[in-house]
Design a binder for this molecule. Structure first.
Ligand code: PAP
Length: 312
């Protein structure tokens, strides 16, 4: 297990107006999340059976939480209609190891597998995963849609006295890597390299693949990786899972339409803000040509040669 001292805050930087982020081992975190991150790095000791969903913010975490939950606990599919996926699959750093955060739903009785999620980069948490043998699922999303989704989200949780997070400022900070849990590129690459090195333990999937016409095939691959494969006769079950976790169905449950606050540490936002458009390519409505060219060039530079589709 890592020593907490090797994960201390070394630098501060501004990302949105005067709002600060703090840097740990090259990655940026919101100050309110730092204690939780440090506790996860010092104390988290997963069981080999555990499954960890890892992601950069706004890349499909909520969707994957619902999918993992329904694949691993198939008899609890109706829980998705009663609880927000973030209450069923808690964040390690913002829930499980965050003091004062609200309780979450425990796994079903007799469950052999716990499911947790995290936005912490592999570069920081990889040793914990490797020493435990747990399985990790990573979801990645096109950088332009990720930034676009983050920009919309941040502007929804601004407190009244904060100015808007301007889109130009957001593009600048995203490209510099100074965004929560950033840089995006290092985050994706950390998990991508781990999945190439150890495909039986780290499963890398993209939001765009899942959104394709072939969602069922990807869900079946995911289930196989998780050790609960579907047989030929299970086609209806797979279809039911895909339907129950779809944006259309999930976002229409009362629990997910709520104006009530969803709390992450001391940060709160209406639960319904977790569901917006869910469209691949939505960034085209907001980003100008110059920003698109800038992000594309950076993406090519960072992802070229690593087998990540966004780099071409
Ligand atoms: P988080 O980091 O706050 O947990 P996350 O769930 O990773 O956010 O990403 C939110 C995005 O996933 C939103 O995308 P958008 O802003 O481009 O619309 C949200 O709409 C989308 N999303 C949420 N649930 C689903 C779902 N069931 N299927 C597809 N996309 C979804």
């Amino acid at each position: 297990m890592e020593n907490q001292d090797s994960f201390s805050v070394v630098e501060e930087g501004k990302w949105w107006g005067s709002k600060q982020l703090q840097q740990i081992n090259g990655f940026w975190f919101m100050p309110l999340v730092v204690p939780g991150v440090q506790r996860v790095l010092a104390e988290f000791n997963p069981n080999p059976n555990d499954v960890i969903l890892a992601s950069f913010p706004k890349t499909g975490t909520t969707w994957l939480k619902s999918l993992l939950y329904s694949i691993i606990y198939p008899s609890c599919l109706d829980s998705l209609a009663k609880h927000n996926p973030h209450d069923l699959v808690p964040f390690l750093e913002m829930r499980v190891f965050s003091e004062g955060s609200p309780p979450y739903i425990m796994p079903p009785p007799n469950a052999k597998t716990n499911i947790f999620s995290t936005h912490i980069p592999y570069q920081l948490l990889g040793k914990t995963f490797e020493s435990s043998g747990c399985r990790v699922v990573y979801v990645a999303r096109n950088p332009k849609d990720t930034l676009n989704s983050l920009w919309h989200f941040v502007n929804k949780w601004k407190v009244a006295e904060e100015g808007e997070w301007g889109l130009e400022e957001a593009v600048e900070k995203f490209c510099q890597g100074i965004v929560p849990f950033g840089s995006y590129y290092d985050h994706v690459l950390g998990y991508k390299m781990a999945s190439l090195k150890n495909p039986n333990k780290v499963f890398f999937i993209t939001y765009e693949d899942l959104k394709s016409d072939d969602t069922k095939t990807h869900v079946k691959r995911l289930a196989e990786f998780l050790g609960c494969p579907f047989g030929e006769e299970d086609n209806d079950k797979v279809e039911e899972i895909v339907r129950s976790c779809s944006f259309e169905v999930l976002s229409n449950h009362d629990v997910n339409k709520s104006e009530d606050s969803h709390t992450v540490g001391t940060m709160t936002i209406a639960t319904k803000a977790l569901f917006r458009e869910a469209i691949v390519g939505d960034h085209k409505k907001y980003l100008n040509d110059e920003s698109i060219k800038r992000i594309d060039a950076l993406t090519k530079e960072k992802f070229h040669n690593f087998g990540i589709a966004y780099g071409v």
